[in-house]
Design a protein around this ligand. Structure first.
Ligand SMILES: Cc1ncc(COP(=O)(O)O)c(C=O)c1O
Length: 383
C-alpha cells in the first residue's frame, strides 16, 4: 500500500460517534446534516424515474436537462454560466476529488485555508501533493482570514489554493473584497482556485440569496473550479449528488475522469436533483429561515454559558465554540457522549489549528433539541 494512505487520519468524528453506539439517549449533532428529510417532490421525481424504467447509464457529464437547469440556477444567483461548463458528479466530495485529479499531481504544492472539513485536504494528499496549511485566526471568538499570510503562501510554485467558504466548521465566509484580492493574486501566480461553495445558500446576511461566490467576479477562462453539492441546500445528503463549474473547454477531459471514477451519477438521482433545482425558489428560502431560527436559538444560549466562547456564523450550519480549560477536544467530546449523551464533533477532526474547539451542527427540524442539548452541555460543565 502507498504510505500516504496508511498516513491518512481516521475520522475523529466517527471515533466520537462510536463512543455512543447502541445508545438511544444520545442527542447527536456530530455529522454535517440536518435531521429533516428530503422534500417530497424530490423523492417523487426519483420514484417516477424508476417507474419509467430509467435504470441505465447517463452521459458522463450528466443529463443535459439537469446541466441546463443548473446553468439557469447559477445564472439566476450569480452570472450567466454556459451549461457545457457544468459537470454533474456523484456527490460534492466526488466533485472535489475530480477537481483534484484534474489539476493536482504528485509533488505539486497546494495551499489550503484551514481549519476545514478534512476531505478537502485529504484528497490532494492522496494524489501525492504537498499541502501547505494557512490557518484562519481567532479574533474575539471569531475566525478571520489574515490575507497577507495567505497571499504570501501562494507563489508561482503553488498549483492550487483550496478554499471553502462559508466554511465548515468555523462559519467563516470570504467577503467580496477578499475574493477580489485572492483572484487577482492567483491570476498573477498562475494558481488554480478550487472553491468549495457547497454552503453558499446557507447564508444568513439580510437580503442575500447566497454568499459571495467566485463566479460573480471571475472571467470564464480564469483558473477557477467551483464545487457544489445537493446535500445541504436541498437536504439530500444520502443521495450523493453534486456538480462542478469548470472553465470552458475542460468538460471533455472531466468527462473522462468521471468515466473512470463513477461513469455517471444514477439517473433517478439526477431526476431528483432536477426536481430540487426547479423547486429551489420555493424551497431554499424556507430552509434557510429554519436554519436561521436554529442558529439564533442556539448561539445566544451557548454564549451565555460561563467559559464558552462562540461567535455567530454568517453562513453554514455549525456553531464552532470552545470551553475554557477544555483543551483536548477528542477527550471532551467523548466525555460529553458518555456523561450527558451529547454528540458533538471534536475540533481536532478539522486540523490541529482547531484543537480545543467543538463543532455543533445546528440543522434540526426542532430547535427544542438544541435547547435540550445546551442544557446537557451545561450539566456536563457542572453549571
Ligand atoms: C465543506 C464541504 N464540502 C463538501 C461536502 C460534500 O458534500 P457531499 O459529498 O455530501 O455532496 C461537505 C459535506 O459535509 C462539506 O462540508
Amino acid at each position: 500500500m502507498r504510505p500516504v494512505i496508511a498516513g491518512l487520519p481516521a475520522s475523529k468524528i466517527r471515533e466520537v460517534a462510536n463512543a455512543g453506539l447502541g445508545r438511544s439517549d444520545v442527542l447527536a449533532f456530530w455529522f454535517g446534516e440536518s435531521d429533516e428529510a428530503t422534500p417530497a417532490a424530490v423523492n417523487q421525481a426519483a420514484v417516477a424515474s424508476l417507474h419509467a424504467g430509467e435504470t441505465f447509464y447517463s452521459h458522463n457529464l450528466g443529463l443535459p436537462e439537469l446541466r441546463e437547469a443548473l446553468a439557469g440556477y447559477l445564472g439566476d444567483l450569480h452570472v450567466a454560466v454556459a451549461a457545457d461548463r457544468i459537470a454533474v458528479t456523484s456527490s460534492g466530495v466526488s466533485a472535489l476529488m475530480i477537481a483534484s485529479q484534474l489539476l493536482i499531481g504528485p509533488g505539486d504544492e497546494v495551499v489550503a485555508v484551514v481549519p476545514v472539513w478534512p476531505n478537502i485536504v485529504a484528497q490532494p494528499a492522496i494524489l501525492g501533493a504537498q499541502i501547505r496549511r494557512v490557518s484562519l485566526q481567532v479574533q474575539d471568538g471569531a475566525w478571520v482570514l489574515d490575507m497577507p499570510t495567505l497571499l504570501a503562501a501562494i507563489t508561482p510554485q503553488t498549483r492550487a489554493v483550496l478554499v471553502n467558504a462559508p466554511n465548515n466548521p468555523t462559519g467563516w465566509t470570504l467577503t467580496r473584497d477578499e475574493q477580489l484580492v485572492l483572484l487577482a493574486h492567483c491570476r498573477q501566480t498562475g494558481t488554480w482556485i478550487v472553491a468549495d461553495e457547497v454552503y453558499e445558500r446557507i447564508y444568513f446576511e439580510p437580503g442575500a440569496r447566497a454568499a459571495p461566490s467566485f463566479l460573480d467576479i471571475a472571467e470564464p477562462h480564469d483558473r477557477l473550479v467551483v464545487a457544489h453539492s445537493f446535500s445541504k441546500s436541498f437536504l439530500m445528503t444520502g443521495w450523493r449528488l453534486g456538480w462542478l463549474v469548470l472553465p470552458p473547454g475542460l468538460s471533455s477531459d472531466v468527462a473522462k475522469l468521471i468515466e473512470f471514477n463513477t461513469s455517471c451519477a444514477p439517473v433517478f438521482v439526477q431526476r431528483a436533483g432536477l426536481a430540487a433545482v426547479r423547486e429551489a425558489d420555493a424551497f431554499v428560502p424556507g430552509l434557510v429561515q429554519r436554519l436561521k431560527t436554529c442558529r439564533d436559538t442556539m448561539i445566544p444560549r451557548l454564549a451565555a454559558l460561563p467559559g464558552v466562547s462562540v461567535s455567530t456564523p454568517r453562513g453554514g450550519m455549525y456553531a464552532f465554540f470552545r470551553v475554557a480549560g477544555e483543551d483536548d477536544s477528542l477527550a471532551f467530546a467523548k466525555r460529553l457522549v458518555e456523561e450527558v449523551g451529547l454528540g458533538l464533533a471534536p475540533g481536532i477532526a478539522f486540523g490541529d489549528e482547531a484543537e480545543g474547539w467543538l463543532r455543533w451542527c445546528f440543522a434540526s427540524r426542532d430547535p427544542a433539541r438544541l435547547v435540550e442539548g445546551v442544557g446537557r452541555l451545561s450539566r456536563a460543565l457542572g453549571l
